[in-house]
Design a protein around this ligand. Structure first.
Ligand code: ADP
Length: 480
């Protein structure tokens, strides 16, 4: 099968979150199973720089705004997967992030940028931009690619499309004027298509028109069909429930593997857990914490957003610090959370170390060095950090939602007895529940035999992409 994988970010070209991890790992896993999959993404300067050797293989003029562009062809570094970068300098050649300018706000022309991306992908798929290859199917990801499935419906003999939701909270929602300014077919302005309560939704385009919808965990696939998680889209998602599945993300085990990880002070496996302590001591030293492997070291990494329950962490830390535990947090995001974290870190300089920013090597070192990983998300489509934590034997404390409950097995008495326990699950998204779950973890940490057993069970869980890739291929085959 020929598959075009359309995404707005992919490791190692450009990354803001889990979507990039998936886009960098799933296509190689599908290729390894014998399919011709190619990745297409916008030609941001960072992506062009990180792609290495690129060849310009086609040029084009956008019909609507007469802007010039070209298709740059290369290979996703570290893989054999072909990649097409859509280089439209007016829209993509600028400093800043893929969606935000340097001050943090959205680019005001995001709808124009991602509409131009979608139009170009469709032109390429229909061979009006000729790259010498045609897909049987386009795999779209998140709202930035949401216009691709509807645009395919007005073509003769188009490829099939599937649409993967990585996070329903981001919808690409704009007003009606924006819809009109993009010159989209008039009949798209309808509740069966792009109109969403009198607004214009990119995401809805994907949900309404793709042949199949997937999301990144079975539990999230059920949750988004309920009002509490759907942002008003449960009606549509229930209507499409026969073409909606949840496929758990895998992880890149060449990058996230404690026995090979190049960022670590000491590599280890479940058979050499004493070497995990080397990383703990190095981490304590790095942060100027008391270097003592008997002190429980908790950590958290991620976007500082309400979704991630960072406010819950803020509320319970003072209580947790009474036990003498240490805590390291790496993340960036909402200004009010950053500010409150800074205030708290200054009150507990001996126990709480905060790094604001994005730091990949440090994320690896924290995953290896910490004992307990806090991830009290209010919702979590899949979540990667709790999976990395399991693989690194850093026991996760997680919210009872989405991919978290699909990957972590709560250390109940029964699960401990059965040797299936891998972490601690909160009863609900409250500070009390986080405190209770973390205290359970801290108490269990004081029983080294039980703790080691949990670590060993956690580290052997399989999260390779091959399992997920097979499930995607089943769906590709159903819709083509
Ligand atoms: P989301 O996509 O919602 O942000 P995920 O857990 O699915 O959350 O994926 C987040 C990814 O980004 C993980 O690979 C995580 O390690 C990484 N990450 C997030 N914040 C940081 C940070 N401040 N420094 C380094 N890596 C980070």
């Amino acid at each position: 099968m020929n598959i075009l994988f359309a995404t707005s970010e992919a490791v190692p070209l450009i990354k803001t979150g889990g979507l990039a991890d998936v886009s960098g790992s799933l296509p190689p896993a599908i290729q390894a199973l014998g399919h011709d999959i190619r990745v297409v993404l916008p030609g941001y300067p960072t992506a062009i720089k990180n792609a290495g050797t690129l060849t310009s293989i086609a040029s084009f003029t956008l019909e609507r705004d007469l802007l010039e562009g070209q298709i740059l062809e290369g290979t996703l570094p570290g893989t054999k997967v072909p990649v097409y970068l859509i280089d439209i300098p007016h829209y993509f050649n600028r400093d800043g992030g893929p969606y935000n300018h340097e001050k943090g706000g959205d680019w005001t022309d995001n709808p124009q940028r991602f509409a131009a991306f979608a139009h170009t992908v469709v032109q390429l798929a229909m061979a009006r931009i000729d790259v010498g290859w045609k897909p049987d199917l386009i795999h779209c990801n998140d709202w930035q690619t949401g216009l691709i499935p509807p645009l395919l419906t007005v073509e003769d003999n188009p490829p099939a499309s599937i649409f993967t939701i990585h996070n329903l909270a981001y919808q690409g929602l704009y007003d009606k004027d924006v819809f009109h300014s993009l010159g989209l077919p008039e009949h798209f302005w309808s509740p069966e298509s792009l109109e969403f309560y009198h607004n214009f939704s990119f995401l809805k385009g994907g949900l309404a028109h793709a042949h199949w919808i997937t999301t990144v965990s079975p539990t999230y696939a059920r949750e988004i069909r309920t009002p509490a998680f759907s942002y008003g889209l449960d009606g549509l998602l229930n209507h499409r429930s026969r073409q909606l599945s949840g496929i758990l993300n895998g992880i890149d085990e060449t990058v996230w593997n404690p026995s090979k990880d190049v960022h670590l002070k000491g590599n280890y496996s479940s058979d050499s857990l004493q070497k995990k302590a080397v990383n703990k001591l190095a981490l304590q030293k790095h942060f100027g914490l008391k270097e003592d492997k008997s002190i429980p070291l908790m950590a958290s990494i991620g976007r500082l957003a309400e979704q991630k329950g960072v406010d819950l962490i803020l509320k319970v830390l003072p209580k947790l610090f009474e036990s003498g535990a240490q805590f390291i947090l790496l993340g960036s995001g909402d200004a009010w959370l950053e500010h409150n974290l800074q205030m708290l870190a200054s009150q507990y300089p001996e126990q709480f170390k905060l790094t604001l920013g994005y730091n990949e090597p440090l994320a690896h070192q924290i995953e290896a060095g910490a004992d307990i990983f806090l991830m009290p998300s209010r919702f979590e489509p899949c979540g990667l950090n709790q999976i990395y934590s399991l693989k690194y034997g850093t026991i996760p404390v997680v919210g009872r939602t989405g991919g978290l409950v699909d990957t972590v097995v709560d250390a109940t008495t029964r699960n401990l007895y059965l040797d299936t326990a891998t972490g601690f699950i909160m009863d609900d998204a409250s500070p009390e529940a986080l405190l209770h779950a973390t205290e359970r973890a801290l108490q269990t940490y004081q029983q080294p035999k039980v703790w080691q057993k949990i670590i060993k069970t956690a580290m052997k869980q399989p999260f390779s992409w091959e399992i997920s890739a097979k499930e995607y291929i089943d769906i590709y085959q159903q819709v083509t």
